[in-house]
Design a protein around this ligand. Structure first.
Ligand SMILES: C[S@@+](CC[C@H](N)C(=O)[O-])C[C@H]1O[C@@H](n2cnc3c(N)ncnc32)[C@H](O)[C@@H]1O
Length: 349
């Protein structure tokens, strides 16, 4: 007897149960896969783990495992992950799935994992109980809850000198977390949060836009969202300084001012602008002369994301200057800056 699928709006020949799928493409793929699973279970089809479709599913699962590893970076998980990556590379050869992009992603991940030492002293806890105000929680965000708590904790507990720099604020969620942490400091002195963004709307941002007001605005590619940022960030206006500017990577022309830094020492820098090498290098060129050795904390918010291989590579190459410090669960990873041993004496820092 044929049953109807409960996948939204699409009829399938068997019942795969309820699946929450978000786009017609996802629904179509889920239906197709469910059909295959049912065929295998009922014996209508033999499951060949080296068939191209099975291989593609294994590749997706492998990517999920890589993502999972970088969320937590548990030292005990590393060896098994490398072994599984080698297995899948062999499997791809065996089933003649010659895809240079997938292969090079896996090879680079293996190389990164093998050449980056385990860091047993990474702090992973301490910020779980942080509470944010209603005003902060209503801001549309690309952060997970734990990372939000981490930013509040970081701003409150950081004892060194210098201002806070936040690169890539979008609607101001990180800004709010940092500002609320700062406001709870017993003595915050005159510390300011310098917030940078182009404030230019891009269509991909819609995925993170659940707020009714923002959805109603129906913004288009290229529109400015600065007014929306201010509508969310108003409660924090006394501690923030906002800079509408772009990273000078030399790739794009922009009427906006290029990112620059004229203030003094930097205590904390949160980088959440982009995951490409050129942006990270430009940011380093502009801000690192104001880092304090043994003191400044730099957070790469996108560090653990799958497409952020260039961020991880950048941090690995700078391992003499970037010492792993905090790992909140999620994509972010924080480092303490130190002057590279071979630079001591050159800069006088
Ligand atoms: C991943 S989002 C940041 C999310 C945000 N930190 C949060 O708390 O939800 C990246 C932000 O960087 C900005 N951005 C991306 N590329 C940029 C560039 N080249 N120059 C300036 N801003 C840029 C985008 O406008 C966007 O707001």
């Amino acid at each position: 007897m044929k049953q109807h699928s409960e996948i939204e709006g699409v009829a399938a020949t068997t019942n795969p149960g309820t699946i929450a799928a978000s786009s017609p493409r996802e629904i179509e793929l889920a239906n197709h896969l469910c059909q295959q699973i049912h065929d295998v279970i009922s014996g209508r089809r033999f499951f060949d783990k080296y068939s191209v479709d099975a291989m593609c599913m294994r590749i997706l699962l492998m990517i999920g495992a890589i993502q999972g590893y970088f969320r937590e970076e548990r030292p005990d998980d590393k060896a098994a992950l490398i072994e599984n990556l080698r297995d899948i590379l062999e499997g791809m050869e065996e089933c003649k799935l010659y895809d240079p992009e997938i292969r090079s992603f896996f090879l680079e991940t293996v190389r990164y994992l093998e050449t980056t030492p385990l860091c047993g002293s990474l702090q992973r806890f301490g910020w779980n109980g942080e509470e944010l105000s209603e005003a902060a929680l209503r801001i549309p965000t690309m952060l997970c809850k734990e990372t939000q708590g981490y930013y509040k904790w970081l701003a409150r507990t950081f004892e060194g000198p210098g201002d806070i720099v936040e690169l890539g604020c979008w609607m101001g969620s990180t800004t709010a977390c940092l500002a609320e942490g700062l406001s709870q400091k017993l003595w915050r002195g005159r510390r300011t949060i310098h917030v940078y963004d182009s404030f230019i709307w891009r269509d991909w941002m819609k995925i993170y836009t659940e707020d009714a007001e923002l959805l109603a605005a129906n913004m288009c590619e290229g529109d400015s969202f600065l007014d929306y940022f201010w509508s969310y960030a108003k409660p924090y206006r006394d501690v923030i300084e906002v800079h509408q500017s772009v990273v000078p990577t030399g790739r794009e022309q922009s009427a906006l001012q290029s990112l620059e830094w004229r203030a003094g020492q930097i205590g904390i820098l949160v980088m959440d602008l982009a995951d490409d090498r050129a942006s990270n290098e430009a940011v380093w060129r502009i801000f690192s002369p104001s880092f304090q050795s043994g003191c400044t904390i730099i957070v790469f918010n996108q560090f653990g994301n799958i497409p952020a291989g260039e961020v991880r590579e950048f941090c690995r190459e700078k391992n003499l200057e970037l010492v792993p410090l905090h790992k909140p669960c999620g994509s972010a990873k924080a480092f303490r800056y130190q002057t590279a041993a071979n630079d001591i004496g050159k800069s006088g820092r």
